[in-house]
Design a protein around this ligand. Sequence first.
Ligand code: TXA
Ligand code: MG
Length: 315
Amino acid sequence: MPQNTRHLPATSQGYTEAAQILREGGLVAFPTETVYGLGGDARNDMAVAGIFEAKGRPRFNPLIVHVDSVETAQRYVEWSDAADRLAHTFWPGPLTLVLPLREDAGLSPLVTADLRTLAIRLPAHPVAQDLLRAFAGPVAAPSANPSGRISPTTAAHVAAGLEGKIAAIVDGGACEVGLESTILGLADGPVLLRPGGLPIEEIEAALGAPVAQRAAHGALTAPGQMASHYAPGAYVRLDADKAGEGEVLLGFGAVECDLNLSASGDLREAAANLFHHLHALDALGAKGIAVSPIPGHGLGVAINDRLRRAAAPRG
Ligand code: TXA
Ligand code: MG
């Protein structure tokens, strides 16, 4: 839905307004030291679904959660000695750590694409920090560009791609690093998942150990895209008009079903409900989950991508 994008200054008044928008589930683009991020409340399913919608992402890639301190990070991930050393050396700064998600984290499953790990970072940009403190909550933020376009390093870049699609842009000038954060996996041994603004040599020096490199661009395809990672216990049958013997029906639109992704046929609501409903139906112990047809446009592309993975034959 087109909306009037507010351009907010990097002042306490601007942060207060931006934080209020985030609290109401709206999306705010803001500068970090790497690139501008498109932020939404990481606990709010509709806000996170809105991020994917605004970017036009064709699949639910997991997002980075931005926090205002190490203590806040520890509320969402299982902390470790290596995390502690790296955070104390490089945070705030262009390093994202991927750690086991805490069971009680309370984040939207869309943020992690339903993985058991969470990417988290403490940005160095004073505007990002002031906004995070004003909001006092976890902010999920991918780069603030439409999917497939280059990452924005000024408010004008953000406006060129997302004007009319998001609630606000906080203008904090040009980003210093201009390159996304380095992503380091720590869930099982240090692995470089994406090279970025912090050189890997500096990480190795801080750890006193070599860091494994994931094969070229592997971070962008694994682990979230492995079918097995997404598969419920029940089999999944797509494009169903009703449940068969031993099946439950995950509906969309005006259908009689066990759980409905969106009775009104709203794709954003459907995205927000997707992982919750799949877990809930799987927990019923049915043999199969039949799923109504989902339109293949807008967020329907990412929803169908996720459902096809869940339906893929198990290895
Ligand atoms: O500098 C940055 O990192 C910027 C600013 C805004 O913070 N953010 C950014 O986000 O580049 P994005 O969404 O464009 O890239 C995030 C990357 C994705 O490629 C995703 O696959 C990876 O992080 N990622 C997120 N969570 C992950 C996880 N649990 N395991 C592995 N990779 C993950
Ligand atoms: Mg990006």
